[in-house]
Design a protein. Structure first.
Length: 297
């Protein structure tokens, strides 16, 4: 048996993307070549690692175990390469990551410290863009190699799903609204909304249209501090992420789920071209914090 790092990287990509086609695109290899590599790994191990499910694939129980071990091996290889980079005497490696203001807080608080602790030889620059559109432009234009953003984004970028975040309603104290809130109750509800024409407002309007509701714009503003002040001032309710709302408002406002629950995928995006070694390592670090996709037993 002669396992290769390439085989392990391909299998991990399949696990992350849940699709042979998407995995091949993520590691910049032809789909037949990736399929052959995974099949060769299955022959070497004499065990099935993936199984077809609709248009995608999922890990078998044995496949999930191999992926966990493969991540450990690939992390160790990255750590060894970091030792060489730190003592090579050359220029330090650099990585630029862009995020929207809300997600930048999570990035600074969670991903960056964990990454820099494991990769001290890499200088990471975090930049913020005020909208998803500006973030996408930053990545496609090459100003940043990676972006942390709400999904989905423009198809010209490769995206890697990390987690689902709950979208909730934040209301002034004493609103008297039920918890959880039926989505139909958004109809006629005074709300604090982004200004018209912005990407976030367009997304909200699209959601309201699908739900068949028409909230009332009590205030239209794009500054997040103004959102908070408006809710605390009793002007209207705000749609936000639960973790951000709880951290920002505490007990000063009412935070309630929707019924049915609203979840928004968050992930990392990059141009459809090979990533630098620091970017690959950062993506692997981010995936370690994401929920593990295990097969049902």
């Amino acid at each position: 048996m002669a396992l290769t790092l390439q085989q392990l990287r391909y299998l991990v990509a399949v696990a992350d993307c849940r699709s042979i086609t998407a995995a091949a695109a993520a590691v910049y290899v032809a789909q037949p070549a990736l399929s052959r590599a995974v099949q060769a790994l299955e022959r070497d191990l004499d065990v099935a690692l993936v199984t077809r499910k609709g248009r995608g694939v999922e890990l078998t129980c044995e496949g999930a175990r191999v992926v966990r071990l493969a991540r450990t091996v690939l992390d160790a290889v990255d750590a060894i390469e970091d030792i060489g980079a730190a003592h090579g005497g050359g220029a330090r490696e650099k990585l630029c990551v862009v995020a929207t203001p809300t997600l930048a807080i999570d990035l600074a608080a969670e991903l960056l410290p964990a990454f820099t602790a494991r990769h001290p030889a890499v200088d990471v620059q975090l930049v913020q863009r005020s909208s998803r559109e500006a973030l996408v432009e930053c990545v496609t234009g090459g100003a940043a190699e990676l972006g942390l953003v709400d999904l989905p984004v423009d198809q010209q970028l490769s995206s890697h799903h990390l987690q689902e975040r709950e979208v909730v309603l934040v209301s002034p104290s004493g609103s008297g609204l039920p918890d959880p809130l039926p989505l139909r109750r958004l109809d006629g509800l005074p709300m604090v909304l982004p200004t018209r024409g912005t990407g976030r407002r367009t997304e909200l309007e699209s959601m309201f249209s699908r739900l068949g509701v028409r909230p009332v714009a009590a205030l239209e503003v794009d500054e997040r501090l103004a959102w908070v002040a408006s809710v605390l001032g009793g002007h209207g309710s705000l749609v936000w992420y639960r973790d951000m709302a709880s951290r920002t408002f505490g007990s000063r406002a009412e935070v309630r789920s929707f019924r049915p629950a609203l979840l928004r995928p968050v992930g990392i995006v990059h141009a459809r071209s090979p990533l630098s070694r620091p970017a690959r390592s950062f993506l692997a670090q981010a995936r370690r914090t994401a929920p593990v996709r295990e097969p049902s037993r």
